[in-house]
Design a protein around this ligand. Structure first.
Ligand SMILES: [Zn+2]
Length: 244
């Protein structure tokens, strides 16, 4: 049985923010999922294919902040800063239906050779962080994930073929959003990074919670624990009364 994910309480969001601040994005993603999935080990989460990790983060994001999301981007053509509201649940639709019996190994053909590979996980991405450039990083990643042929140096065509095949098997691992600029009218594709996006939301929410705790503690003398245990709506009502 897959351990079920739970939404995050205000106290968990604060603890998560403090723990994740000093972490690399790869570790942050696992820290978030570990807090939301009490029955899952961090090691098991690190072994999830990236598309599955991201599908879980999208699902959790909707549980915590609701299905609607507000993105910001800068137009690469004219520099205009645009807002783009979107339904994060729509992005979950990219994920193929997954069953526990889904094969861990996949195959692709290049130049008459059959290549066996598995999908990259957080562990694999962590191992290539130190690569000097993106082409070396891709090369190392593919080498880690290819089980056959067991060559020391795979040719460039194989590296390319495997990286393409990985995306076909796991399209959720790379989500792009088509955006258009209201100022210059041009379109572009934005690579959507759910880890960065969700983390920015968690960070903004945690800082707002701290400001609210500060305001309520000064006004009423309640402890942090007491304030965090208030239902969100009642906390808002007290804050509105103070601001009136
Ligand atoms: Zn523009």
């Amino acid at each position: 049985m897959e351990p079920a994910m739970q939404s995050l309480s205000p106290a968990q969001i604060l603890a998560l923010w403090e723990r994740g601040r000093a972490q690399h994005a790869l570790d942050r993603a696992l820290t978030i999922l570990a807090v939301a999935t009490p029955g899952a080990s961090r090691a098991a989460l690190a072994d999830l294919p990236i598309g599955e990790r991201d599908a879980r983060l999208l699902k959790l994001r909707a549980l915590v902040f609701g299905p609607r999301a507000e993105g910001f981007a800068e137009c690469p053509h004219c520099g205009e800063r645009i807002e783009f509201p979107f339904e994060s649940t729509v992005l979950e639709g990219h994920a193929p239906s997954r069953s526990p019996s889904a094969p861990a190994h996949h195959e692709t053909q290049t130049n008459g050779t059959t290549i066996s590979f598995r999908l990259p996980t957080s562990r694999d991405l962590a191992e290539i962080v130190a690569a000097p450039d993106s082409s070396q990083a891709l090369r190392r990643l593919v080498h880690r994930c290819v089980s056959s042929p067991n060559d020391d140096e795979l040719p460039d065509e194989t590296i390319e073929a495997v990286s393409r095949a990985m995306l076909v098997v796991d399209p959720q691992a790379e989500i792009t959003l088509r955006l258009s600029c209201p100022a210059c009218g041009r379109n572009w594709d934005l690579l959507f990074d759910i880890v960065e996006f969700f983390w920015n939301e968690i960070s903004a929410h945690a800082q707002r919670l701290l400001r609210e705790i500060d305001t309520l503690a000064r006004a009423y003398g309640w402890s942090e624990r007491e304030i965090l245990s208030l239902p969100a709506q009642r906390r808002q009502t007290y804050l509105e009364m103070l601001a009136a």
